[in-house]
Ligand binder design. Structure first.
Ligand code: G4P
Length: 190
């Protein structure tokens, strides 16, 4: 999506060859107009696929995911991060290892909000190693829900996330695919 690529070039900041800061329009301050346009793009790609809910992981995926849910006229489910395992029969839980942040956390989903009748789109801000989406899929499978596809704002195509998800059979739709980056230059794959 040209608009998102232009915004990344204008306001994104590659702090090294691996990490892109997008604090002024996605992660810290949010550009609602841009997020609305990204949501429209996701909605148009996934329409007609029988989607019943949008699923995201807190926190930075929430703004594009909420606007996509609004566009598609379905609820948004936010998977929650818990610092440690809590004993609760009503929760599905799975451990996620974040390579980028060097942290492990428990991702949780309440049995009350997803069922075997749900066919969902997972929306997130970044796709790097695919661990977050893979963990979200594990939780959705515990609930016997199915996945219509994965929508990502920014894919770091030089990391293995897409390959991992496609190998597992998922349709991955990324609005901006970064092929390489350095402090001085960001290139996109189209
Ligand atoms: P993966 O989910 O694709 O495996 O990626 P990884 O574990 O390596 O990183 C996950 C976390 O790191 C996510 O945030 C993701 O948004 C963030 N992240 C990955 N690459 C970048 C990057 O280049 N720039 C920025 N700004 N963030 C990146 P999270 O832990 O889910 O936290 P939150 O920001 O959504 O609260």
């Amino acid at each position: 999506m040209k608009l998102l690529e232009e915004k990344i070039l204008q306001d994104g900041r590659a702090i090294n060859e691996d990490i892109l800061r997008v604090d002024t329009f996605i992660n810290h301050q949010v550009d609602p107009v841009l997020m609305g346009k990204c949501a429209r793009e996701f909605a148009s790609y996934f329409k007609g696929k029988g989607v019943t809910k949008i699923v995201t992981v807190e926190s930075s995926g929430i703004s594009p995911a909420l606007l996509t849910a609004l566009e598609m006229g379905v609820p948004l489910v936010i998977l929650k991060k818990q610092p440690s395992k809590v004993l609760n029969d009503n929760l599905y839980q799975t451990m996620i290892a974040s390579f980028t942040k060097g942290t492990n956390y428990e991702l949780t989903l309440s049995r009350d909000v997803i069922s075997e009748n749900d066919h969902v789109v997972i929306i997130d801000d970044f796709l790097a190693n695919g661990e977050t989406v893979t963990g979200a899929v594990r939780l959705l499978r515990m609930a016997h829900a199915t996945v219509a596809g994965v929508g990502i704002l920014i894919e770091k195509a030089f990391q293995p996330g897409r390959e991992k998800l496609e190998d597992a059979g998922f349709d991955v739709y990324s609005l901006a695919r970064i092929g390489s980056m350095s402090k001085d230059q960001i290139t996109f794959i189209r």
